[in-house]
Design a protein around this ligand. Structure first.
Ligand code: ZN
Length: 151
């Protein structure tokens, strides 16, 4: 069944408005939180998470009506009971660089980033990866190292 992606995003857009960097929800709420009938939090629609029950989101914005995707933290749940279940594949719509890679490539990028110690030479030795692929892995490893130093 074809999913009416644009009309769903349109529904969210028509019920929200910009306030500075925030996207304020004008539609109905449930328990004080923005709520779109049948879909739950409209921020999930904007984050491409409608079919991702194992990925949850948490607001990082002071305004409870805000559904701006960049003001939400995305949490990919770890399944402690069934560790063999692969991590859900999700394309972050906020990430412009991800658009140039296939799902398979993003999975491989994620793998090398988790390793954390991969060098350019090791990536080349592992296969014929493109310069863009190698650059992306190294950029993410550096970003990760910087983030963990700050924490
Ligand atoms: Zn906000």
């Amino acid at each position: 069944m074809a999913r009416p992606k644009t009309s769903l995003a349109d529904r969210v857009a028509s019920r929200s408005h910009r306030e500075d960097t925030h996207l304020i929800w004008d539609g109905p709420t449930y328990r004080g939180k923005p709520h779109l009938h049948n879909f739950g939090n409209p921020a999930r629609v904007l984050l491409n998470l409608v079919d991702q029950p194992r990925i949850s989101i948490k607001t990082e914005c002071h305004d409870p009506r805000c559904i701006e995707p960049k003001h939400w933290r995305v949490i990919i749940e770890r399944d402690h009971k069934y560790l063999d279940i692969p991590k859900p594949i999700w394309r972050d719509p906020r990430d412009d660089t991800a658009a140039q890679f296939t799902d398979q490539e993003l999975e491989e990028i994620d793998y090398y980033v988790q390793e954390g110690t991969t060098t350019e030479d090791e990536l080349k030795a592992a296969g014929c990866y493109s310069a863009e692929f190698i650059a992306e892995v190294l950029t993410r490893i550096t970003a990760r190292a910087t983030a963990s130093t700050k924490a």
